[in-house]
Design a protein around this ligand. Sequence first.
Ligand code: ATP
Ligand code: MG
Length: 199
Amino acid sequence: MKIGIMGGTFDPIHLGHLATAEFVRESFSLDEILFIPAARPPHKLCRHVTDEIHRLTMTNLATRSNKFFRVSDMELKRTGLSYTLDTMDALHKQFGATTELFFIIGADSLADLSKWHESKKLVARSHFIATTRPGVDVDFSATEKFFGSAASEHIHRVTTPAIEISSTEIRERVKLGRSIKYLVPEAVEEYILREGLYL
Ligand code: ATP
Ligand code: MG
């Protein structure tokens, strides 16, 4: 088995996340993609993050029509800060040695991967699929310099279709009363409006 892990704050989940995940699934012949909403991302402590129940519900709504997509609340259930190393260790244990795990990471996140908790251990133990993101240039030589041979062996780069959407933009648009149609799945749009999120 080969499983892709799509981690994120998903505040809210949008078509950029979904289209990227589907493209990666097909390109790398992954058996499924596991979406894992993050509890309290260590690097986002400065901004208000929407209640986890809303982010989890929206992730469920957004992924339900794809039989290869699954959602895990494992990071939400864990207490304290959520570190990817702990998540990947728990998943390796859960799935066993016959399953390969691929953490899908966007270009903006790859740029600060070296600053993640125990990042060298993390890259040594898991595969990464580094995707592109419009407006973000990544200096991969800096990544290679930091992680050494683990970078070329464990970080697989792929050019993904450019979809210029961010959760920040969605939140701003809702606040301004502007349309988010076709930027998030219809069910997510309806949920945001019904629950009065991001006002
Ligand atoms: P925010 O604006 O709040 O930071 P975001 O849109 O960046 O939200 P995150 O939940 O922070 O979304 O991202 C989770 C993962 O998805 C990251 O690895 C990020 O790089 C990737 N990602 C987010 N949006 C896109 C996109 N439009 N195209 C490709 N990858 C994306
Ligand atoms: Mg982001």
